[in-house]
Design a binder for this molecule. Sequence first.
Ligand code: NOJ
Ligand code: CA
Length: 556
Amino acid sequence: MYRSEMTDQHPVAVANAWWRGAVVYECHLPSLRDGNGDGIGDLEGLIDSLDYLSGTLGVDAVWTGPFFRSPLLDQGFDVSDYTAVEPVFGTLETFDRLIVEAHARRIKIIVDYIPSHTSDQHPWFTDSRSSRASSKRDWYVWRDPKPDGGVPNNWTSEAGGSVWEYDAGTAQYYLHSHLKEQPDLDWRNPEVREAMFDVLRFWLGRGADGVRIDVAHMLMKDPELRDNPVAPAGGSNPFDLQHPDFGTQLHLYDRRHPDTHQVMTQIRAVVDEYPGAVTIAEIEAMPWSDWADYYGANLTGMHLPFPFRLIETAWRADLLRTELEALYTALPTGAWPIVALGNHDRTRLATRLGPAQSRVAAVLLLTLGATPCLLYGDELGMEDQPVPAERQRDYFAIATGGVSRDPTRTPFPWSNDVNAGFSPAEEARLWLPTAHNAAEINVETQLADLTSSLSLYRALIRLRSSSAALRHGDTTFTPGTSSDAVIAYERRTEDDHKAIALNLADAPAAVDLPVRGVVLLSTTGHTRDTGRTVELAPNEAVVIDVEEGGHHHEDH
Ligand code: NOJ
Ligand code: CA
């Protein structure tokens, strides 16, 4: 039994926090909805989407994606002004209106916080690179060339190649963990920290309900900048879309320095100045015990460290069950997890799993004892859409030959209208082309079809919000299920008890549960009574209302 209940040490504020029961929707601003007809999604378009998000779908929070002033080489993760809205996305006034309109619909707004690097166009960096004597010089990481003129160490960038870029004007190299247009800030410099804490205060003070912290595990590096060891062959994860250069070494010294946790605690303290605000920290796939460390001593670190291990695990019942059990074993007492099965940096769920298992994945995502984070379009079963070279946006591919993430990020299909209802602009002006199958996979079509992916997500989210066990209950995995293809678990609170069984195979499976009850929801639509042995159709996942002492909980 894995308990998520509170102990005396944990403040009630966290125990009852809104984000524990919430469903989070990751929207990708340029691709959600174009509000002004220029072909690019924007804050106005997000405001126009709120009725769909709250009313139709029923999510509780939106993670917006970056909308700050940016050259947009990395989809806005290259910020040139942290406290201004990129004009393509709107204005501060639009942001303020977004907060008002979202809150009026009980939707929380989580904004991106991108502390590890700026754009090379940020005035801090232009100042820093202008002279070795600049007062901003040590806001970034500058180093002399090696005696032979070479790079200061062997670290490789997530975007490919070295993390070092030579600046001829000042004859030193600067560090960039991603594109060369994204210089890393030096978080060991107290001035940098203070400036970046003020960025948090700016957005939380304007009404944001929390932050999603970009690459939180990368804020602190080895102060001696030691070389990374070479990676053993065959260790790379096929689900990780990093540039191949990145996987040639073990990233021991360029990230996850123990001092990172001090910074997490400091960030958390600033966020705590705004009661209720949540911190979701992006951290890479790492052992679950290391993931758990991001909660901090006595939970003074991140509220929700965002793990990648589930996204990067092959879709097999045994492997997933092992990961999930390890997650709950590692979870600190009083802590609560966030889970995602898709993300804007990875292959889409429906492309990875196919349509039938995507439905099983939906049940897993929305019935685990965790805050689900759903990537925009996954509720429709949107697939990756190859993007022709001349239309690509992702500089990780365009400039450095990495894998393009554009296929995951194509426009959200609203309807059968022109450009799938995403934008009235001329097709060639769209941020990215719409999917080839947008005529079948869109909101309007799927709303009219009770068997659609969207209808399944709506039913799951509704079931989740009406069930205390699904929102808050403990998670207990059912041991020794009779089939290797099945994952089964129970969720329960005092008055509510649900059992969930997922068949990850394209063949029938039977599973013995310690309980009996009524199938309230099935991916096949087949609701029924079940005995202790549940017969599952191929690719079927079910949520069962457990009969307690001869009664279903609703009968009490
Ligand atoms: C992680 C973000 O999710 C990704 O999209 C971005 O390219 C890198 N961080 C750099 O900010
Ligand atoms: Ca627009």
